[in-house]
Design a protein around this ligand. Structure first.
Ligand SMILES: *Cc1c(COP(=O)(O)O)cnc(C)c1O
Length: 373
């Protein structure tokens, strides 16, 4: 093996350098306009997303977390209701449900896709179930057809958590466009990331669009007249301006991630590990590139010793989080979701990562397994 060189787990500087001039111009335009909230940049960004995601309405909000909260509120989730979701996700998915006084009901995941197992969803539906939140984890869409058909049959709303999946697709449809509403996050490290917090709800339902648009602005349709109690959750102009710049590059950046994933798959072929499951035409956007191996801790230490960054998403499933102790789940409740934290390992994946760096990572992993036969 050649002398190792550092490969950080994530690096935003390549992207920044590529668009720095465009960003400077866009931010300056906002600063000099003296309009910082819900103005031209947000309108332009919402219209662009409506077009690319092929949805009727896009509503810029303050974060992905708020996008989930506002969507659940808009479909009518109330205290005491139940919302079915996956335990193997970022905490915000469950937190948004709880913040409305509703109860998250966790359904186990598929070991290969890491996403909610549609075959287990229907058994979790009760008279109190109002909605299902499938999460498109790491950039791969959950198996939406069976989820949508159960929802239709049982009269439930579907809110897609597409925080990690902007640009991903499922059978030709965009992540976020298949349910009643879809939620994006523009947290800086997401595959479409802003310069701070930001989020968006997309929906083709005019009633949800109307409700969420008003709710994000303190429930006010006309200035200082409040039809209901809303929140302050607006996307600001500076974020929207930066995102308008990035949106022009996102298709190329997604292809770059997919090419890097193919490079990883080639380099890892034949090793006793699982590369990300990607059904043909899966439309995976590789927000994260996550492998599975029984030797995870030793491999992570080996990579660390060779100055290669890696990460564990997520170390503790939601149903076992301390704050959810009162939901009554125990160790063993959801065995697949509980097994994954011990075997998942996310490898470096970002725009500007060089194929040669991916080959250095895969060579380092091959070296590890040569010693661990
Ligand atoms: C990032 C993320 C969120 C929350 O988005 P924020 O913009 O950070 O509030 C929700 N769900 C998932 C799956 C995420 O990865």
């Amino acid at each position: 093996m050649k002398k190792p060189f550092p490969v950080p787990f994530i690096e935003l500087s390549h992207q920044r350098r590529l668009i720095r001039k465009e960003l400077d111009r866009a931010l300056k335009r906002v600063i000099d306009s003296d309009r910082f909230v819900l103005s031209e940049e947000v309108k332009t960004f919402e219209a662009a997303i409506e077009k690319t995601a092929r949805v009727g309405h896009a509503i810029g909000v303050a974060s992905g977390t708020d996008a989930l909260y506002l969507s659940l509120w808009a479909v009518g989730v109330k205290p005491g209701d139940e919302v079915i979701t996956t335990p193997f996700t970022f905490f915000a998915t469950g937190g948004a449900i709880s913040r409305l006084g509703a109860k998250p009901v966790f359904v186990d995941v598929e070991a290969d896709t890491f996403n909610i197992d549609p075959r287990r969803v229907e058994a979790a539906v009760t008279a109190r179930t109002r909605a299902i939140i499938p999460v498109h984890l790491y950039g791969l869409c959950a198996d939406m057809d069976p989820i949508l058909s159960i929802a239709k049959k049982r009269g439930l709303s579907v809110i897609e958590d597409a925080a990690q999946a902007y640009g991903a697709s499922y059978k030709g449809k965009m992540a976020g466009s298949m349910g009643d509403a879809g939620c994006y996050s523009f947290y800086p490290t997401k595959n479409l990331g802003g310069l701070g917090d930001g989020g968006m709800v997309v929906t083709s339902r005019a009633d949800l669009n109307e409700k969420i648009r008003v709710c994000r602005d303190n429930g006010s349709r006309r200035k200082y007249i409040h039809d209901f109690i809303g929140v302050n959750s607006r996307l600001d102009e500076l974020q929207a301006a930066a995102l308008n710049v990035k949106l022009k590059h996102i298709a190329a950046w997604t292809r770059e991630r997919q090419d890097l994933a193919a490079e990883y798959a080639r380099g890892l072929k034949g090793l006793p590990l699982e590369v990300p499951f990607a059904p043909i035409k899966s439309g995976h956007v590789y927000h994260l590139y996550t492998i599975k191996t029984e030797h995870r801790d030793a491999l992570a230490a080996h990579l660390g010793a060779h100055r290669i960054g890696c990460g564990i998403y997520y170390p503790l499933p939601l149903h076992l989080q301390p704050c959810y102790a009162d939901l009554g789940y125990r160790k063993g409740s959801l065995p697949v979701a509980e097994s994954l934290p011990k075997v998942v390992l996310s490898l470096p994946m970002y725009n500007g990562l060089k194929p040669a760096a991916v080959r250095a990572v895969t060579a380092c992993i091959r070296d590890f397994f040569a010693k661990h036969k």
